[in-house]
Ligand binder design. Structure first.
Ligand SMILES: Oc1ccccc1-c1ccno1
Length: 234
């Protein structure tokens, strides 16, 4: 899997060389390239923004640098196997299913906008050539798409075979299929008693059936309390 990041702050993505994703890069499972969008500017000030047509506050990112970056990185031929991800507050919510779908991609290009956003013709052009995903990390506003791109990258890449040491851990996580899309149950480790708080007895019983039942009940109760929207049968 090759990941490209178009951004005016490429150093944001230096962190991807650390930990699990760093190992995935070292193992050649993932190939990461961060690009400074100003590479594709030609004026003395390396300008990437301009005032919004129709007025309004703030600045809008000019289309030219994006178009020239697409030309260099992707060429002009349409290829639906290339996924262009545009983090934006106006996007569809980024979910585990999106991470799972994108984990099968061979190529993902993250377009990290700043200011008031990217000239919409960039999205229109990209949509004619590649598979475009306008995705929101959540219902809040960030200063730019870089932090969202990092979070989405981790959610996607950790699902790629060979990246996680123990793929079994994926099956018991919140939102995973094996968890029936429910929130993950509370977890405990040693010591059995800590500052007056004890590990639930059932987890110390060694009775796998009872433990599995307790965990299912905990997941459903937690989901009912915190995310009733995830419960499909209520
Ligand atoms: O708030 C943003 C600004 C720029 C790019 C993305 C975002 C965002 C907010 C939530 N998800 O993405």
């Amino acid at each position: 899997m090759r990941l490209d990041y178009l951004t005016i702050f490429p150093e944001f993505f230096d962190v991807l060389g650390i930990s699990l994703l760093g190992k995935a890069v070292d193992n050649g499972i993932v190939d990461i390239h961060a690009h400074d969008l100003r590479t594709w500017t030609h004026d003395r000030h390396r300008t990437v923004d301009d005032t919004p047509c129709g007025g309004g506050a703030g600045m809008v990112m000019k289309p030219d640098p994006w178009g020239e970056a697409f030309d260099d990185l992707l060429g002009a031929d349409p290829d639906p196997s290339v996924h262009v991800v545009i983090p934006t507050p106006s996007g569809t919510p980024f979910r585990q299913d999106d991470a799972a779908q994108l984990s099968h991609a061979d190529r993902i290009v993250f377009c990290c906008g700043r200011y008031e956003g990217i000239d919409h013709r960039v999205i229109d052009y990209a949509s004619e050539h590649w598979s475009v995903h306008e995705l929101s990390l959540g219902d809040y506003v960030l200063n730019g798409g870089e932090v969202a791109a990092l979070a989405m990258t981790e959610a996607i890449v950790r699902l790629v075979p060979g990246v996680l040491g123990n793929p079994e851990s994926l099956s018991e996580e919140s939102y995973s299929q094996d968890q029936e899309g429910l929130l993950e149950y509370p977890v405990y480790t040693r010591p059995a008693s800590w500052r007056g708080w004890d590990v639930p007895e059932v987890l110390m019983s060694g009775h796998h059936g009872h433990i599995a039942q307790w965990r299912r009940e905990q997941s459903r109760e937690l989901t009912r309390r915190r995310r009733p929207d995830l419960l499909t049968d209520e």
